[in-house]
Structure formats: C-alpha cells, structure tokens
Design a protein around this ligand. Structure first.
Ligand code: MRU
Length: 344
C-alpha cells in the first residue's frame, strides 16, 4: 500500500445489528472498541466523544437510525423522537442534521423494509464520505506546492468515514512529495492533535511535530509553513467556518504572516440555511474538561473555566474552501452559492 492509499483506520463499523465504535477518548494508549446496540447508545457515544469529528458523527447517527427503526417498529412518533435525540447530541456539526435529514426522507418514503432501506442509506452516506475525502485529497493536495503545513484538531480517518478531510489533503500532498513535515496543534482540552492526529500520521510514516497552540505564532513567524490546513464542522452560506476552538486564532496568525489558509470539508458540512458564522450554534462543554487533564485536576481549586469547543473563522481570512464538488477561493456568498448550485 502506498502512503497515498493509506487510510487503514476505520472508527465506525456496522456489525450487522450493532455499531462498533473505536473509543477515541482512550487513544492512543488504549485501542478499545465499544458496541452501541441502540440509537440512544449512539447518541450517548456522540455526546461523550467516543466518536467525534463532523462527518463521523453524521455517519454514526445514520447507523443509529437503523437501530431506531428496528426497535420502534411501526411507532413512527417514537422513531422521530429518537431521531431528535440523535440530532441533539451535539449542536455545531451540521453533518449530524444532514445525515438524519437524509434518513428522515427514507422514513417519509415509507418503504416496506424500513430498517433495510435505512441501512442502505447509511452505507451510502458512509461510502460517499470516503469518496468525497479522496476527491478533496486530490483537489486540495494540488494547491500545496511545497513546504511544511500546520493543522489543528483531528480531521483524519478517525473524524470521518475514512482517509480524512484536511488530513486527507495532507496525506495526498505528502504522497506526492510536496510536504516535508506536518505540524499538529495539540488541541486542548481533548488533545485531538496530540492523541489522534499524531497517531494517524505516525502510522502512515508521515513526519509529525506537535506544538501547543501557543507556539503557532512563533512557528509561522519562523517561516517554512506554506499552508495552514483545517477541517470544518459547519460552513455558513457566506463562507464563514465553524471549526475546533483555536482555528480562528490560527487564521488571524496565518494572515498576519502571509501564510495561506485552507479549509477542507465535504458539502455535507455546508449549511446554506445558516446565513453567517454568527448564526452557527457553538457548543460549550463542561468547565471540568478544561480544569483537568487525563482526569487529574490541573487548575487552582476554585477557578472556573470557559470552554467553547468551536469558534468561527470569518470567510475573509480563508484563502480556499476545498470540497468534493470543487474549490471556492476567497469564499463569500456568491462563491458558496455557485458551488452548491453546481452540486445540485
Ligand atoms: O470536538 P470534535 O473533536 O468533534 O471536533 C472536531 C473538529 O473540530 C474537526 O476539525 C471537524 O469536525 C472536521 S473533521 C473532518
């Protein structure tokens, strides 16, 4: 297998009557799978970060819908109530809404074998995501001429159906010999960069250096970084992007230092119903996640914490949004409409 082909990790696996999820809270130290045997268990796994990353939680929810239909039988009201619980598991990533809207259309079509039809749709959502990532890898990878790159959070196989969004672009460009080294923010408080991105890249044999977010300015000032490459949880109609907290700061730094800034996300992450970044619901998680590290208190007793887990990068700071349907450079309302119109 060449590096370009490398996406051996699958974090979401349908097992006939249950969903197997690689527990992303325990990586890289412990590689452990949990089994969700109902839609409610899938919703819990999404809320508790067993499975995370915008496309991955959409895929998990789509399989959750299959178990919901199996368990609810003909009780349509109960079924839709379970869909509602899935959709409310996390508020920012629109992929969750998007995947369940697709499953809702299957329910509304009232096929004879509802569970079978929902499973077919879930598999399609999963397969389409991997195909989109491959396509984005090629499109976005071609924008990178040479140099090192900086990325944030985890956008790889673990966060998606497979291969990854921003990490797919990095895999593709590295495979073509156009990236020397990947710098990965550790990404407090869940350490998705340190625990997950580094884990994926080490397995691929791609050189990776971790940095704490506070080191990003010094890295960009030093030179040698050609692109900052990140994913997205929701892209508004005007091209504003919600992504892991700290992304906005990186975009400001990148603009200051003349480094280009790329957002990579499938069109399932684009929400044309949300006009701008200010309208995107931003998830705030418990203060405890910030006051502790690996379960141990790290802050002075009595301190509180503000823990928004996403922020919004204004479109004006973004050089390119890469989707499977094409690239929008210097994104704005017109470019996003053109992109999504072409797709329709
Ligand atoms: O809180 P998380 O780990 O679910 O946040 C994930 C991110 O912010 C990713 O950058 C985003 O979902 C894109 S993943 C392909």
């Amino acid at each position: 297998m060449t590096i370009r082909d490398n996406d051996g990790v699958r974090a979401v696996v349908w097992a006939g009557d249950r969903l197997r999820l690689l527990d992303q809270r325990r990586l890289p130290g412990v590689v452990e799978w949990i089994e969700a045997t109902s839609a409610i268990e899938v919703a819990d796994a999404i809320r508790d970060m067993v499975v995370r990353g915008a496309p991955a939680i959409g895929i998990a929810a789509a399989y959750g819908a299959v178990m919901a239909a199996r368990d609810c039988g003909d009780d349509r009201l109960s079924l839709l109530a379970v869909f509602d619980q899935l959709v409310r598991a996390r508020p920012t990533a629109v992929n969750l809404h998007w995947a369940l809207a697709r499953q809702r259309r299957v329910v509304d079509a009232a096929p004879q074998d509802l569970s079978g039809a929902l499973l077919e749709e879930a598999v399609a959502i999963h397969d389409e995501d991997i195909a989109a990532n491959r396509r984005m890898g090629a499109l976005g990878g071609a924008l990178i001429e040479s140099g090192d790159v900086l990325t944030h959070c985890n956008t790889g196989s673990l966060a998606t159906g497979g291969y990854g969004t921003a990490l797919g672009v990095i895999r593709s460009a590295y495979g073509d010999g156009r990236i020397g080294r990947v710098y990965a923010d550790e990404t407090r408080p869940w350490l998705q960069g340190a625990r997950l991105t580094a884990w994926e890249l080490v397995q691929d044999g791609i050189p990776v250096s971790l940095l704490c977010e506070g080191a990003a300015a010094a890295l960009l000032a030093r030179g040698g970084i050609s692109w900052v490459v990140v994913g997205a949880d929701r892209i508004a109609a005007n091209g504003d992007v919600a992504n892991k907290i700290g992304t906005y700061g990186l975009a400001v730094l990148a603009r200051h230092h003349g480094v280009r800034f790329m957002v990579v996300a499938p069109t399932s992450t684009v929400d044309m119903e949300t006009p701008d970044g200010a309208s995107i619901p931003i998830e705030t998680r418990p203060a405890q996640e910030l006051l502790t590290l690996a379960g141990r208190p790290v802050a002075a007793a009595g301190a509180d914490a503000w823990n928004p887990v996403f922020d919004v990068t204004p479109a004006g700071l973004i050089d390119a949004i890469v989707t499977e349907a094409g690239i929008v450079e210097q994104p704005g309302l017109a470019g996003m409409h053109e992109l999504m119109g072409q797709r329709a």
